[in-house]
Write a protein that binds this ligand. Structure first.
Ligand code: IPE
Ligand code: IPE
Ligand code: MG
Length: 250
């Protein structure tokens, strides 16, 4: 790993590293099915890929990594898989805490966290508190997260403020709404990365990805390495972000 670092970095010379990368980690189930293994094995292997992605983002100087771990719609999966995933996330929180500290990672969790098992809520809160003073990569883990739920929750918070007279409806702007999302301090994702090949957003960060560059890769999440991340960043650099402006003629 250490040996590869110089070569890895040389592939990004002169390129812009996205400040915020958001990943829909997908393909764990297919990875397991291809090997005749239970889906949970795919999730366990996917956890290793998440560790690699966090380390790689730290190495490359990414500021924020948002990772979709469990969607609001994933409750529709079999109870056994849901329990397995909840346990896996909780275990990862406890086991990764020291490494997050060593790597100066600041952890936050986003989603309807109050609906999660209480032991998982505690583990997420503890990781958040214990890494709050770290100044490196921000790792935003999305658990029981839905983009529509997030916007709905922001709308409710704003409605409460209108009701108490704290704000007038006319004061609701895009900026104010954004301040009521789950992680208001973060910049919007520059790069939305989806391994596993599906060309859809699956209710991920609907507000925040308004102008993200989308890169879909065929690699299944458990097989995802730093090299895939570098390739995605190279692809990102081939895009021209216009935000509605006329194209630049080079
Ligand atoms: C992504 O892998 C992990 C979660 C959604 C929790 P999947 O479990 O969706 O894997 P596939 O898409 O079935 O291969
Ligand atoms: C999106 O993956 C959710 C997460 C990665 C946590 P899914 O596998 O649930 O998405 P769909 O169902 O294929 O759209
Ligand atoms: Mg999937």
């Amino acid at each position: 790993m250490e040996n590869g670092k110089g070569r890895d970095d040389s592939q990004l010379v002169g390129l812009e590293v996205p400040r915020h990368i958001a990943i829909v980690m997908d393909g764990n189930g297919r990875w397991a099915a291809q090997r005749g293994l239970p889906r949970m094995q795919g999730h366990l292997e996917g956890r290793k890929a998440t560790r690699r992605a966090v380390a790689a983002c730290g190495d490359l100087g990414v500021e924020v990594l948002s990772i979709y771990a469990f969607s609001a719609e994933n409750w529709q999966r079999p109870a056994e898989e849901i329990e397995g995933l909840m346990g896996l996330i909780e275990q990862a929180m406890r086991e990764e805490l020291d490494d997050l500290g060593r790597n100066n990672v600041r952890f936050i969790a986003s989603g309807r966290l109050h609906e999660l098992p209480s032991s998982l809520q505690q583990a997420l809160a503890e990781t958040q508190t214990r890494t709050a003073d770290n100044s490196g990569l921000v790792l935003n883990l999305l658990v029981n997260y839905g983009g529509r739920a997030e916007i709905t929750d922001a709308a409710r918070a704003l409605a409460r403020k209108v009701k108490t007279g704290e704000i007038a409806p006319e004061q609701i702007t895009e900026d104010l709404l954004a301040q009521h999302l789950y992680a208001p301090g973060l910049s919007d994702p520059d790069l939305l990365l989806r391994p596993g090949g599906e060309m859809r957003v699956s209710n991920f960060l609907l507000w925040e990805i308004a102008y993200s560059e989308i890169v879909v890769m065929p690699v299944l999440w458990p097989d995802f390495t730093k090299q895939h991340l570098i390739e995605a960043i190279q692809e990102y650099n081939r895009r021209q972000r216009r935000f509605g402006r006329a194209p630049n003629d080079d």
